[in-house]
Design a protein around this ligand. Structure first.
Ligand code: ZN
Length: 212
C-alpha cells in the first residue's frame, strides 16, 4: 500500500469506529457547526489543535500558518477571523505557538530563504526588533528562542485586538476573549502566556471609534 493509501484506509476505519461508538456523531455535525473556539496555530505537524486539547470535530475552528502569525494584510487569516468572529460568534480566540518552532528559529538567523519565505519571516524579525533589549540580554540561544516564541504569541494576540473585526464584536457582544498559549514539544503541555479579555484597553493608535 502506498503511504497516502494508508491514510484513506485509516479514514475508513476511523469513520466506522466513530459510527459504532456514537451512532449520531456524523448526523449531529452534518448541518451545523457551533465551535466556541478559533485556533490560530503553527502549521508544524507536531502541534495538531484537536489532539493536544483532546477535542472533537466541531469544537474548534482552525487556521494554521508558519509560526502562528496574525498579519494584518493576510486575507486568508482575515477571512477566517471574520467568519469565526462575526458568523460563528466564537467566544475565545487562541493563538498557540510552540517551543522549538522552526519559523521562529529561521527568523532569528540571517539565511536567505528566497522572497516569499523571507517576507513571512520578516514579520517575526519585527517582533524581535520590538523586544530587542530584552532578547539581546538573554545569552543562552535556546532560552532566547523560547522567549521570542512567547513574545511572538503575545504580539499576534495584540494584532487580533487591533482589528476592526474583533473591536466590532467587543462592542456588539462583549466577546471574544483573546488568549496566547505556547505548547511544549518536550512534555505536551500548554503554557498560557497572555490574555486580553474582551473590551480591555488597547493601544489608542489602533482603536476604531466609529464602528457600526
Ligand atoms: Zn512552528
Amino acid at each position: 500500500m502506498k503511504p497516502y493509501e494508508v491514510l484513506l484506509n485509516d479514514n475508513k476505519k476511523w469513520a466506522a469506529k466513530k459510527q459504532e461508538e456514537e451512532p449520531d456523531f456524523f448526523e449531529k455535525l452534518l448541518n451545523l457547526q457551533t465551535p466556541e473556539f478559533l485556533w490560530i496555530g503553527c502549521s508544524d505537524s507536531r502541534v495538531p489543535a484537536n489532539q493536544i486539547t483532546n477535542t472533537q470535530p466541531g469544537e474548534i475552528f482552525v487556521h494554521r500558518n508558519i509560526a502562528n502569525m496574525v498579519v494584518h494584510t493576510d486575507t486568508n487569516l482575515l477571512s477566517v477571523l471574520e467568519y469565526a468572529v462575526t458568523h460563528l460568534e466564537v467566544k475565545h480566540i487562541i493563538v498557540c505557538g510552540h517551543y522549538g518552532c522552526g519559523g521562529i528559529k529561521a527568523a532569528m538567523g540571517n539565511k536567505d530563504y528566497n522572497q516569499v519565505l523571507n517576507m513571512w519571516l520578516r514579520n517575526i524579525k519585527d517582533v524581535y526588533r520590538i523586544n530587542f533589549t530584552e532578547l539581546e540580554n538573554i545569552e543562552d540561544e535556546e532560552l532566547k528562542l523560547n522567549r521570542l516564541t512567547e513574545l511572538n504569541v503575545m504580539e499576534q494576540v495584540s494584532h487580533l485586538a487591533e482589528t476592526a473585526i474583533v473591536q466590532r464584536a467587543w462592542k456588539k457582544r462583549q466577546g471574544p476573549d483573546l488568549h496566547g498559549w505556547v505548547y511544549g514539544l518536550k512534555d505536551g503541555l500548554i503554557n498560557p502566556v497572555h490574555e486580553i479579555k474582551a473590551n480591555s484597553p488597547i493601544d489608542p493608535l489602533y482603536e476604531y471609534h466609529d464602528l457600526e
